[in-house]
Design a protein around this ligand. Structure first.
Ligand code: ATP
Length: 241
């Protein structure tokens, strides 16, 4: 397993309130890692801190480099990308222009390859490339947000609740695309409240409660853990006491 992202003893606070406490996590190349946990557990805070949107205490290294002195743009250039929970698209710009914005730092030849890659993953976006982003369905907007993040050819894509508010059939499509990304050599750090779906596609998982990781391991093992089943999967594992 080659380490790509390594987070060690990270704390993030809003004023005096610590929202993330002593979190240690790693993501290897070609790996899907999920963080599951209830509303308010600190998942979004952790992703934002890794991206550099929020300050943190602790160590984060990415692709062998220490990120402490890197601003957000440097992190993007190093191959880290975040699709935020609220997608943050430019509603009055076309699909294509939104994608173009995701490629503003990359050379023209790479941008052309990225367009091809994104349109292959999301044929819907190609069909709607002239349409304004604000007129897309929720699922299409999520796909556009992911597509825009992929335009910079990241090594690691961090997804914050991609399934939020979407119909089950669209969620299945998004999860399938996440597995395709792994096949294409992109690692994914997936934050989800849809624990069942996330654990099905992930290689490894961390369970977060009140700012801390309380459990971690192979996704299949976590999915079979009686505590996880009772708290996050909505059922009891047989024989669990
Ligand atoms: P959700 O799924 O609702 O986004 P989450 O697991 O991502 O939940 P966070 O959004 O990271 O959790 O929130 C973690 C804690 O930090 C919560 O107690 C939340 O109220 C608090 N918090 C989040 N943002 C801020 C902020 N800007 N200022 C103060 N406290 C905040």
């Amino acid at each position: 397993m080659s380490g790509l992202l390594s987070v060690s003893d990270v704390h993030v606070a809003y004023g005096k309130v610590e929202a993330v406490r002593s979190v240690t996590l790693d993501v290897a190349g070609n790996e899907i890692v999920t963080i599951i946990g209830a509303n308010g557990a600190g998942k979004t805070t952790l992703l934002n801190a890794i991206m550099g949107v929020l300050p943190l205490n602790g160590r984060v290294s990415f692709a062998g480099g220490d990120m402490a002195r890197m601003d957000i743009e440097d992190r993007v250039a190093a191959g880290l990308s975040l699709v935020p929970e609220h997608r943050e698209l430019f509603a009055t710009m076309s699909v294509e222009d939104n994608l173009q914005l995701g490629a503003f730092r990359v050379a023209r030849a790479q941008a052309a390859r990225s367009f091809e890659h994104v349109y292959t993953l999301f044929p819907r976006l190609k069909e709607r490339r002239k349409q304004l982003a604000g007129t897309l369905s929720g699922g299409e907007q999520q796909m556009l947000a992911m597509g825009r993040a992929l335009m910079g050819a990241p090594k690691l894509l961090m997804l914050d609740e991609p399934s939020l508010g979407l119909a089950p059939i669209i969620v299945a499509d998004i999860f399938r695309i996440v597995t395709e990304l792994r096949r294409a050599g992109v690692s994914v750090l997936l934050v989800e409240q849809n624990a069942i779906g996330a654990l099905k596609i992930a290689d490894r998982a961390y369970v977060m409660e009140l700012g801390e990781f309380v459990l971690s391991g192979q996704a299949s093992v976590i999915a079979a853990d009686p505590r996880v089943a009772a708290s996050y999967l909505g059922f009891e594992v047989e024989g669990a006491g």
